[in-house]
Write a protein that binds this ligand. Sequence first.
Ligand code: ADP
Length: 480
Amino acid sequence: MRILHAAAEIHPVVRTGGLGDVVAALPAAQQTFGHDVRLILPAYPALKAALEKSVVVAMLRDRFDAPVIRLLRGRLISSGLIAYLIDAPSLFDRPGNPYLGLDGRDWPDNAQRFGLLGWAAAALACGQLDVEWHAEALHAHDWHAGLAPAYLRLAGDASVTSVFTIHNIAYQGLFSPAMLGPLELPAELFTIGGLEFWNQISFMKAGLVFGDRITTVSPGYAREIATPDYGCGLDGVIAARDGAVFGILNGVDSSQWDPTNDPVLEARFDANHLEARLANRDSLLRRFGLQPADGPLYGVVSRLTPQKGLDLVHRALPVLLETGGSLVLLGSGDAPLEVAFRAAAKEHPDRVAVVIGYDDSLSHGIMAGSDVVLVPSRFEPCGLTQLYALRYGAVPVVRRTGGLGDTVVDASPGALQNHTATGIVFEAATVDAVREALRRVTALYRDRDVWRSLQQTGMLQIFSWETAALQYIALYSLAG
Ligand code: ADP
């Protein structure tokens, strides 16, 4: 099958979160089953540098406010996958973050930038841009590629099936209706049954309305976003597409996340050699000058936004410390939370370490060296950090929401007894619930046999990209 993935980021070159991990791992997994899988992405400078054997397959002028647009085709050095890059220097030749300017605000022309991504993806899929290739399935990821199914519908090519995947419904890509012209969208689409959302153009809604099928990254989140509490205003649209909405869990990319073969770790280990894991714990403690008490070492690797619930952890810090815990946090995001955690590290230098920033290898070190990884999200489409924690023998403590509830089994007496427990799952997004979870952790941690069993059961869980890849392929082929 000829499959085209359209997205705004890809690990390891341009990545701000889980989306980039998925866009790297899923196409690669699909290709191992013999499919012709390609990607289309914006030609940010870093991606252009990561493309080899590049040729120009199409040339356009004066579209989407860009004077010149070239479509490049080459191979990504990191994976060998064929990628098309949309080389529109006036839109994409900029430093830094794919979505935000240096002032931390959205790039003012994000409508044109990602509108062009959706348009080029649809045109390529139906054979209008590369004379040598067209797609049978167009898989668009998140709002950045949300217009692709709409352009495909406008092109009227029913031979291409479109799948739109929601990685996070909280980010929707809303723009003024004045952009309809530059986006080459007819006014007929700007209706409540189309891509209009409270008098704005919604890229996310376009994907939801015009995608042949909708997926999101866990069954739990698929259920949640059909409700007002989690749907961010689009729950009605999701509910109306009932029957076309599927939840497919993300996997763990074993080429990046394997504790038996991870070059950045102090020591490699597996479920039968957990004692070897301790060298990673010691290395973390040494690196940050921590002198822990007798409780667990907690780790956090996260964006610091309200979604992730780390304000609750900050407020529960006194209990974490009273119960003998220590904390290593790696993250970046909202300034007040960064300031609050930095202050906590200053106040408790031997028990709390905080690194504000983005650091791939430290994130591996935290998974391998912490006893516990905290993921107390208010909502979580899938969540990858708890999957990495499980793989690396750190016990995840998560709130029961979205993919967190789907992937972690709470250490209830029954689940402990039959060795299915893999972590601690709490219900409410409150400080009290986090405090209670920390107390439960402390009690479980004291019983070395119980703790080892939690770690080992977690490490044996399989979250495979191969499984997800086959599920998506089945969906592309589904009739109707
Ligand atoms: P989200 O996509 O909402 O940020 P996920 O759990 O799905 O959350 O994916 C987050 C990804 O980003 C994981 O691979 C995680 O390890 C990584 N990550 C998040 N923050 C950092 C950071 N500060 N440094 C390194 N990696 C990070």
